[in-house]
Design a protein around this ligand. Structure first.
Ligand code: NAD
Ligand code: IPM
Ligand code: MN
Length: 361
C-alpha cells in the first residue's frame, strides 16, 4: 500500500518524539511491504519563528493533500506572551478546523505492567478501558465573539454549537459504543448551561436510533470524580470540546502517565490527524527523556483509522506491551523496579520488539 504522511513535529518534545513514530512506521512498511512517504512541515512556535505565523498556508495545503497527518505538540514559554490569535496553539486549532476534524478519539487503556505506575489503587484501575470522544471544532474554543471588550475591562468567550455539530459527534459516539461495550456516558453541565441542555436533548433523541446502547448522563463535575474513583463503569464518554480536553488529561492518570495517551482527530472520511494527548512539555524538552509511546501509539491509530490496517497497528501495540513487560520505562513512569531509558532507547526497544513479534516474519 502506498501512503503519504505529513509530519508536523511542532515544538518542545514534539520534535523529539516525531522521529520515534517515523522509524516505527518505516519498520512496519518494510515488514509488511508498504510504501510510506513522509514530508515534514512547520506548525506552532517553530512556524512562527520561521514564517511569522503558527499555521503557514503551505502546511495547510500539504495536510489537505496527505493521506494522514502526524502531529507532535505545539507551544512553549517563548511564545506565551503573543496575542491569542498569534500563539502556537492557534496553529493546532487552525489545522483541526481547516480539515474539519470534528471527532477526537482518546482511548485510555492501561498496560498491565504500568498498573502500579499510577498513584491510584491497582484494584480501582484494573480492567478500565475507556474511549473519550471529544467534540473538537466547536464550543468555547471557536465561538465568536471572543476577546477583550469594554476598553479592556471585560472579556468574552462564546460557547456556540449548531445542532448539526452536536448531532454528528453524538452519532459518532453511539456508533463507537456499538462496536465496544454498548455503554455511552454523555457528560455535560445541564444544571447550569443552556448548551448542555440542548446537548442532552439531542442525546435523548438520538438514543432511539441506537436501542442497543445504554445511555447515562453525568454532570461534568461528578464525571471528573467518577473517572478516577470508578473508572471501570465507563465505556464510551462523549462530551463537548473543553470538558473533553480536561477529562482526558485527568484520565491519563489511569495509565500511569500523560505521555502514554494517543489520539485520533477524524472526520467522516478517512483523513485524520494523529497526535499524543500531551503538550510540548517545556519542563523536560531538550533532555531526550520524553516518553515516545503516546506518539508511537498515535501512529498505530493512524494505520487503523486512516489506512484501514489491522495487523500492523496490532503489532505496534503488542511491541509497546512487550517493551513494558520487559521492564523498560521512561522517567515519567514512576516504577520502582523498572529500567529507566531515554526517548531514543525506548524507541529502539519498541523497534526491536516489532521485528521479533512480527507475524509476517
Ligand atoms: P504538557 O502536556 O506539555 O505537560 C504536562 C506535564 O506532563 C509536564 O510535567 C510534562 O513534563 C509531562 N509530560 C507530558 N508529556 C510527556 C511525555 N511524553 N513524556 C514525559 N512527560 C510528559 O502540558 P503543559 O505543561 O500544561 O503545556 C505545555 C505547552 O504545551 C503549552 O504551551 C500548551 O499550550 C501546550 N500543549 C500542547 C498540546 C498539543 O500540542 N496537542 C497539548 C497540551 C498542551
Ligand atoms: C490538546 C491541547 C490543545 C487543546 C491546546 C494546545 C490548544 O490541550 O490537544 O488537548 O486544548 O485542544
Ligand atoms: Mn489538552
Amino acid at each position: 500500500m502506498k501512503r503519504h504522511i505529513v509530519m508536523l513535529p511542532g515544538d518542545g518534545i514534539g520534535k523529539e518524539i516525531m522521529g520515534s513514530a517515523k522509524i516505527v512506521l518505516q519498520t512496519i512498511a518494510t515488514e509488511f511491504g508498504h510504501q510510506f512517504t513522509f514530508a515534514e512541515h512547520a506548525i506552532g512556535g517553530s512556524a512562527i519563528d520561521q514564517f511569522q505565523t503558527p499555521l503557514p498556508d503551505t502546511t495547510v495545503k500539504a495536510c489537505e493533500e496527505a493521506d494522514a497527518i502526524l502531529l507532535g505538540a505545539v507551544g512553549g514559554e517563548k511564545w506565551d506572551s503573543l496575542p491569542g490569535d498569534q500563539r502556537p496553539e492557534k496553529g493546532l486549532l487552525g489545522i483541526r478546523k481547516a480539515l474539519g476534524l470534528f471527532a477526537n478519539l482518546r482511548p485510555i487503556k492501561g498496560f498491565l505492567p504500568l498498573l502500579h505506575a499510577s498513584p491510584l489503587k491497582e484494584e480501582v484501575i484494573k480492567g478500565s478501558d475507556i474511549l473519550i470522544i471529544r467534540e473538537l471544532t466547536g464550543g468555547l474554543y471557536f465561538g465568536e465573539p471572543k476577546g477583550r471588550i469594554e476598553k479592556g475591562n471585560a472579556v468574552v468567550d462564546t460557547l456556540y454549537y449548531h445542532r448539526t455539530e452536536m448531532e454528528r459527534i453524538i452519532d459518532k459516539a453511539f456508533q463507537s459504543a456499538q462496536h465496544r461495550n454498548k455503554k455511552l456516558t454523555s457528560v455535560d453541565k445541564a444544571n447550569v448551561l443552556e448548551s448542555s441542555r440542548f446537548w442532552r436533548e439531542i442525546v435523548e433523541a438520538k438514543r432511539k436510533e441506537y436501542p442497543d446502547v445504554a445511555v447515562e448522563h453525568l454532570l461534568v463535575d461528578a464525571a471528573a470524580m467518577k473517572l478516577i474513583t470508578q473508572p471501570n463503569q465507563f465505556d464510551v464518554i462523549v462530551t463537548e470540546n473543553l470538558f473533553g480536553d480536561i477529562l482526558s488529561d485527568e484520565a491519563s492518570v489511569l495509565t500511569g502517565s500523560l505521555g502514554m495517551l494517543p489520539s485520533a482527530s477524524i472526520r467522516t472520511d478517512g483523513i485524520g490527524l494523529y497526535e499524543p494527548v500531551h503538550g510540548s512539555a517545556p519542563d523536560i524538552a531538550g533532555k531526550g527523556i520524553a516518553n515516545p509511546l503516546g506518539m508511537i501509539l498515535s501512529a498505530a491509530l493512524m494505520l487503523r483509522h486512516s489506512f484501514d490496517m489491522h495487523e500492523e497497528p496490532d503489532e505496534i501495540e503488542r511491541a509497546v506491551q512487550t517493551s513494558l513487560d520487559q521492564g523498560y520505562y521512561t522517567a515519567d513512569l514512576a516504577i520502582e523496579d523498572g529500567i529507566v531509558v531515554s526517548t531514543k532507547e525506548m524507541t529502539d526497544i519498541v523497534i526491536g520488539n516489532l521485528s521479533t513479534n512480527s507475524v509476517s516474519n
